[in-house]
Design a protein around this ligand. Structure first.
Ligand code: ADP
Ligand code: ASP
Ligand code: MG
Length: 402
C-alpha cells in the first residue's frame, strides 16, 4: 500500500512534534507500506518570513517572495529526514526541483501542471520514507513558485493522484472537518464524511482546514481524503464523492474576513457598462465575488462588489485609471467587512434556508450588507466586527436545531 501523509505547520512546530510525526510515519513504514510525507513550514514560519520581507520592502516582487517563503518547507523536510534517520529509519527529503513538480509561471499563486514520479519511485524502491516540501513548484523559467497560502494540502493531493496512492491523509491541529471553525464556534460538530462539492464550498468560503485547490484536485482525480489530528488517533473526516449519504440541510458555516467591498457610484445606466467594469477588472486578474446593483435613477446607478482584501489596492487603482471610460462618478470602499456563508447540498430541495439564516442574524442584531446565493450556499456580507457573533448565531440556528 502507498500512503501520502501531509502534516501542517502546527504539527511540526518544534522538536517534540517533529519526532511525533516521524513516529507516526515510521509505524506505516514498519507495517510494510510505501510512505510519502508532505510537510508545511514549522509553526508560524511563513508568516514570520512575510513580516521579515515587509520590513525590507513592502512591495517586494512575488518572485523573490516565493524564493524566500519556500525556504520554510525546506527546513521542515530536512529536519524530518534527520529525525527519522536518528531513529534508524532510511529517509530522504526532496524539494519541488528534485521531484520535478512543474507549475504555471504565476508566482505566489501557481498551479501544478505536471508532476514526475520517477525520483519518488526510485527512493521508495530502495525502501526509504520520502519527505517532500509542500507549497512549492517549479515554473518554465526554472524558478521556484508557491501555490498560495495553505498550498501544502494541494501538494499532497497532487502526489497522491500521480502516485495512485491508496490513502491520502491530511493531518492537522483539529480532529477533522467541523460544521464551523471549532476555534470560533464552540458548538461546532465534527463531520464523519463530507462531499467534495460541499468541502470545496467550505474551503473556498473561508474554512482554511483544506486548501480549496486541493479539494478541486481531489475531486478531479478521485482521491479520497481523510482529515485528522496529528495529536490523537481519532477517526477524522473523509472527503469523498457523494454516495447515498444523507443530505444535511446545512453541512457547515464558513467565515472569511479576507474580503473588501468596493462601490462605484453614479455610473451610466445603459447596456454594456457592467460588462466594461468587470471585464476591466478580470483582464487585470482581479476576482470579483458578490455583486449588487442598485435600481437606476436619473440615468445613473451604483454597483457594489467584493474582492479579496489583498486585491483591494490594485482594484481601486485600476478603477481610478479607467474612471472616465467606465463613467464612474465616485469610488468608495470598505475593508471592515467579512463574508459569512452557509453550505449544504440539502438546500437545493429545501426552501426557507435563506429566511432562517436572516432570522438568526436578526435575532443577534447583525446587519446584512449584501447577499449572494448558489445552489448549495448562501453568503452574506456583514461588518467584520460582527463576524464571530454572526457565525455562532447562524451555526446554532441550523446545526443545533437539527
Ligand atoms: P495546517 O497548518 O495543519 O494546514 P490550518 O491552520 O491550515 O492547519 O487549518 C486548520 C485550522 O482550520 C484549524 O485550526 C481551524 O481553526 C481552522 N478551521 C476553519 N474552519 C474549519 C472547519 N470547518 N473545520 C475544521 N477546522 C476549521
Ligand atoms: N507554509 C505555507 C503557508 O503557511 C503552506 C501551508 O501551510 O500549507 O501558507
Ligand atoms: Mg493548512
Amino acid at each position: 500500500m502507498l500512503v501520502v501523509k501531509k502534516f501542517g505547520g502546527s504539527s511540526v512546530a518544534d522538536r517534540d512534534k517533529i519526532f511525533n510525526v516521524a513516529r507516526r510515519c515510521i509505524e506505516d513504514y514498519k507495517a510494510g507500506h510505501d510512505v510519502v510525507v508532505v510537510l508545511s513550514a514549522m509553526g508560524n514560519t511563513t508568516d514570520d518570513l512575510i513580516e521579515l520581507a515587509q520590513g525590507i520592502n513592502p512591495h517586494a516582487k512575488q518572485r523573490e517572495m516565493d524564493m524566500l517563503l519556500t525556504t520554510g518547507e525546506q527546513v521542515s523536510v530536512s529536519l524530518m529526514a534527520m529525525a527519522m534517520q536518528a531513529m534508524d529509519v532510511p529517509a530522504v527529503s526532496l524539494n519541488a526541483f528534485q521531484v520535478m513538480m512543474y507549475s504555471t509561471s504565476r508566482y505566489g499563486n501557481a498551479r501544478f501542471k505536471r508532476v514526475d514520479t520517477e525520483r519518488i519511485h526510485h527512493e521508495l524502491d530502495s525502501r526509504k520514507i520520502v519527505i517532500v516540501t509542500g507549497f512549492q513548484g517549479v515554473n518554465k523559467y526554472d524558478d521556484i513558485t508557491t501555490l498560495g497560502r495553505g498550498g501544502s494540502d494541494t501538494t499532497a493531493v497532487a502526489l497522491a493522484a500521480v502516485l495512485h496512492a491508496d490513502k491520502c491523509e491530511i493531518y492537522t491541529d483539529v480532529d477533522g472537518v467541523y460544521t464551523a471553525d471549532p476555534r470560533v464556534v464552540k458548538n461546532a460538530r465534527k463531520l464523519d464524511v463530507i462531499t467534495y462539492d460541499e468541502m470545496l464550498e467550505l474551503a473556498s468560503l473561508g474554512a482554511k482546514v483544506l486548501h480549496n485547490r486541493s479539494v478541486e484536485m481531489a475531486k478531479k482525480y478521485n482521491v479520497e481524503l481523510v482529515v485528522r489530528s496529528s495529536l490523537n488517533r481519532s477517526e477524522g473526516t473523509t472527503v469523498k464523492e457523494a454516495s447515498n449519504m444523507e443530505k444535511l440541510l446545512v453541512t457547515g458555516v464558513a467565515a472569511d474576513a479576507n474580503t473588501a467591498r468596493i462601490s462605484v457610484i453614479g455610473v451610466e445606466d445603459k447596456p454594456g457598462i457592467a460588462f466594461r467594469i468587470f471585464d476591466t477588472l478580470a483582464k487585470n486578474n482581479i476576482n470579483v465575488d458578490i455583486i449588487l446593483q442598485s435600481v437606476g435613477r436619473d440615468g445613473t446607478k451604483d454597483i457594489s462588489f467584493t474582492v479579496a482584501s489583498g486585491d483591494l489596492e490594485y482594484a481601486l487603482k485600476i478603477l481610478e485609471d479607467h474612471k472616465e471610460r467606465l463613467t464612474i462618478r465616485e469610488i468608495t470602499h470598505n475593508e471592515e467587512v467579512a463574508k459569512l456563508s452557509v453550505i449544504g447540498a440539502g438546500m437545493m430541495s429545501n426552501p426557507g434556508v435563506a429566511a432562517r439564516m436572516f432570522e438568526s442574524l436578526y435575532n443577534s442584531r447583525v446587519n446584512i450588507n449584501m447577499i449572494s446565493t448558489s445552489e448549495i450556499r448562501i453568503t452574506v456580507l456583514v461588518a467584520e466586527k460582527d463576524i464571530d457573533k454572526a457565525m455562532n448565531a447562524v451555526h446554532d440556528g441550523f446545526i443545533m436545531s437539527e
